[in-house]
Design a protein around this ligand. Structure first.
Ligand code: SF4
Ligand code: SF4
Length: 63
């Protein structure tokens, strides 16, 4: 399982992209997405998924 971004609620603030230790989050304009081949759910880097922790709109969730 990896994390995904719910685009309908994402406000494109950019916080998740900055917080990701694996550079798994990219964007085209206001459309932010998580590359599932790069997302490791923060295992080995943090106790909690960083994108989920910092997202103000609760848009980063497990698939
Ligand atoms: S769970 Fe961690 S590795 Fe996966 S996208 Fe979020 S911050 Fe990046
Ligand atoms: S932190 Fe949340 S609202 Fe901000 S860009 Fe990431 S997914 Fe979107």
């Amino acid at each position: 399982m990896t994390h995904r971004i719910e685009t309908s609620t994402c406000t494109a603030c950019g916080a998740s992209q900055k917080a990701c230790p694996n550079e798994a989050i990219s964007h085209k304009g206001k459309l932010f997405r998580i590359n599932s081949s790069k997302c490791k759910d923060c295992v080995g880097d943090y106790d909690e998924p960083q994108c989920e922790d910092v997202c103000p709109s609760g848009s980063c969730t497990l698939m």
